[in-house]
Ligand binder design. Structure first.
Ligand code: GLA
Length: 404
């Protein structure tokens, strides 16, 4: 009998690379997480004042009401470990301590995130969590942390499934529902095993605020928006409620043109990437506020069906994308990657859409659909040709609803 039980256990383990006796916290990312992160704009130049002011701005600008929830401190918040190995915040930059900061953020109806690394050191050279996973998770829980981004620097010899599973189990043992954001850059195909381990996994190396460039940092590169988009090929089937492909934090308001920013935000929405703002919320032009606060676009990202968009047509610089939505609706995006504006004359009836993944299809010959432009609010229907101009490095983004 005993031998038989252990055989069954061995067979169960062999079937899944992820052990099944602890679980991530469910219900934390039914739709992709939304918030802000300090890294893209501030890198290591962070302190508690910045975090408090960002939380205030999030509320004051109406971004909290638009769905943004997490204020995430990235790398470089750390001080040294104390004599018992407990991690401490940098006493100069965070003199009030993390518990006081989480109280401040919670009092505004927001949540606080923090950053660590599976290796000995973080990418910024601060103490990593290797060998301290349970201790660190317990500390984060005591501080009232709600979100952990867990990086992959200095992980020589570590097995990614094992390292991320260990931190998942440590969070479970600490008994606080902390959203677990895996930042392993796609090196070990986290989409194949991440759903049981975390709530999202980075699919690529770091983003860079350019349309289509590679920015070399010597041993690694950061990538423009089009490069990151192209690296998502084949990954849509792995994402869904509770477990998302993370295309990295947003670069809206960080130096691209308005059309590029709008396209970037639309693509992240259409592909169900977490929407984590990366700019300075305390000061930004109205044009940027309008983009990150555009509720019709956010609604596509937060649609409860949680099926990422499908590219169903491509020719030269032009791509057509469609995203099945709940209540039998669709989102439709024309992406113009090219250097000149695209005069669009689109006959809906010549272009049916079929999605094998969601088993949904739409044939515009059979019914008329009403459309609303998610950026401008303009309306129309599919009985008439769609005439529009799609700007260079830009998108046209529509929401479609059946009915005359
Ligand atoms: C890595 C991550 C980034 C950021 C930095 C911090 O590069 O991918 O998102 O967290 O580390 O050092």
């Amino acid at each position: 009998m005993k031998r038989c039980a252990s055989l069954i256990l061995a067979a169960t383990i062999a079937a899944s690379p992820v052990a099944a006796w602890a679980q991530k916290f469910d219900g934390l990312a039914a739709t992709p997480q939304m918030g802000w992160n300090s890294w893209n704009k501030f890198a290591c130049d962070i302190d508690e004042k910045l975090i408090r002011e960002t939380a205030d701005a999030m509320v004051k600008l109406g971004l909290k009401d638009a769905g943004y929830q997490y204020i995430n401190i990235d790398d470089c918040w750390h001080g040294a470990r104390d004599g018992n190995g407990n991690i401490q915040a940098d006493p100069q930059r965070f003199p009030s301590g993390m518990k006081a900061l989480s109280d401040y953020v919670h009092a505004r109806g927001l949540k606080l995130g923090i950053y660590s690394d599976a290796g000995d050191k973080t990418c910024g050279g601060r103490p990593g969590s290797r060998g301290h996973e349970y201790q660190d998770a317990k500390t984060y829980a005591a501080w009232g942390i709600d979100y952990l981004k867990y990086d992959w620097c200095e992980t020589k010899g570590l097995n990614a499934v094992g390292a991320y599973t260990t931190m998942r189990d440590a969070i479970r043992a600490a008994n606080r529902p902390i959203l677990f954001s895996m930042c392993e850059w796609g090196d070990n195909k986290p989409w194949e095993w991440g759903a049981d381990v975390g709530h999202s996994w980075r699919t690529t190396g770091d983003i860079y605020p350019c349309w289509d460039c590679e920015k070399s940092a010597g041993s690694w590169s950061a990538w423009g928006v089009m490069r990151i988009l192209d690296m998502q090929a084949g990954l849509r089937k792995y994402a869904g409620p509770g477990h998302w492909n993370d295309m990295d934090m947003l670069e809206v308001g960080m130096g691209m043109t308005e059309d590029e920013d709008r396209a970037h935000f639309s693509i992240w929405a259409m592909l169900n990437s977490p929407l984590i703002l990366g700019n300075d919320l305390r000061s930004m032009p109205d044009s940027v506020k309008k983009i990150i606060g555009r509720r019709d676009v956010i609604a596509l990202n937060q649609d409860p069906l949680g099926v990422p968009a499908l590219r169903f047509w491509k020719q030269g610089p032009v791509e057509l994308w469609a995203k099945p939505l709940a209540n039998d609706e669709w989102a439709f995006m024309v992406l113009n990657r090219g250097e000149s504006a695209l005069p669009l004359h689109y006959d809906w009836k010549q272009n049916a859409i079929a999605d094998d993944l969601s088993k949904r299809e739409v044939d515009f010959k059979k019914a008329t659909w009403q459309w609303t432009d998610a950026w401008t609010g303009k309306t129309g229907d599919t009985s008439k040709r769609l005439d529009a101009t799609v700007p260079s490095h830009g998108v046209l983004l529509l929401r479609l609803k059946k009915g005359a």
